[in-house]
Design a protein around this ligand. Structure first.
Ligand SMILES: [Zn+2]
Length: 258
């Protein structure tokens, strides 16, 4: 019996021992561990009423070498944890229907989200949770952006975001939904839910000007709306409704910057 060839590191492509890597980092899961250290993961079916699935210790896959794991940790995860989890830049509960949020380090914010999209796309064949993140053609661009030090263009992998809230309009961090792929405003996109927010990552070779009104802006500000948990079962519709509201609000002077 011959040994299976070991795949290279997904980021540097070198043949090196692989770490057990998170796609969505642990600090985005931690608020949702219950007393038995299980994270609650909802699938589309679960959100529509069947039993939610539970996941031990988050999802890990053999993906990155030690150095790349460290690189992602230093350039993406540590800044994101500091600017988003340790020092929240957004209001919770989300009393206002929309808020504009400026992350303390917009370049690192973009880099973090690209790293999640990259890891999910690279892990597509390793775990069924990421099976919908088919972005093979964009992996080389993602690798270059993540390995380099230049800021990532806001128009290359645009990001949109909204809070998932309960009846009190408080964010629900305890929700992880395996991503789905959709065409949104004419461009392929992947819709993730984790850390209390829905995240839409566009991943296309062209850019639609409509996206410019709803995405994280070139100056780093991001328009954040809110969606009730009960609506999450219809992932695509939720995304479209959010974008419709934000798009409308963006062209309306009523969407004030806090
Ligand atoms: Zn590597």
């Amino acid at each position: 019996m011959t040994a299976q060839p070991v795949p290279p590191c997904a980021l540097c492509l070198k043949q090196l021992p692989l770490q057990q890597s998170h796609v969505i980092p642990e600090f985005m899961y931690q608020p949702l561990y219950d007393a038995n250290h299980r994270a609650r993961v909802l699938t589309n079916d679960a959100a529509q009423g069947t039993r939610p699935k539970y996941l031990q210790k988050g999802l890990r896959v053999p993906l990155l070498c030690f150095d790349c794991e460290q690189h992602i940790n230093d350039t993406c995860e540590k800044p994101m944890k500091a600017m988003w989890v340790d020092h929240q830049p957004y209001a919770d509960p989300m009393i206002q229907e929309h808020q504009w949020v400026l992350p303390a380090q917009p370049d690192a914010f973009r880099r973090f989200h690209l790293s999640v999209l990259f890891r999910a796309a690279a892990a597509r064949t390793l775990d069924s949770a990421w099976k919908n993140v088919f972005a093979e053609n964009h992996l080389p661009d993602m690798r270059t952006a993540l390995l380099g030090t230049n800021p990532i263009s806001p128009r290359r992998f645009p990001i949109a975001c909204w809070g998932i809230v309960d009846q009190k309009l408080e964010l629900i961090p305890g929700l992880v939904v395996p991503p789905v792929d959709r065409r949104v405003l004419g461009v392929n996109a992947f819709y993730f839910i984790y850390g209390g927010f829905g995240w839409l990552y566009w991943c296309g070779s062209h850019f639609d000007e409509q996206i410019a009104t709803v995405m994280m802006q070139p100056d780093g500000k991001i328009p954040i709306g809110r969606t009730h948990f009960a609506e999450v079962g219809h992932l695509c519709e939720v995304a479209f409704e959010h974008l419709r509201r934000v798009g409308k609000a963006s062209t309306n002077k009523g969407m004030a910057t806090p």
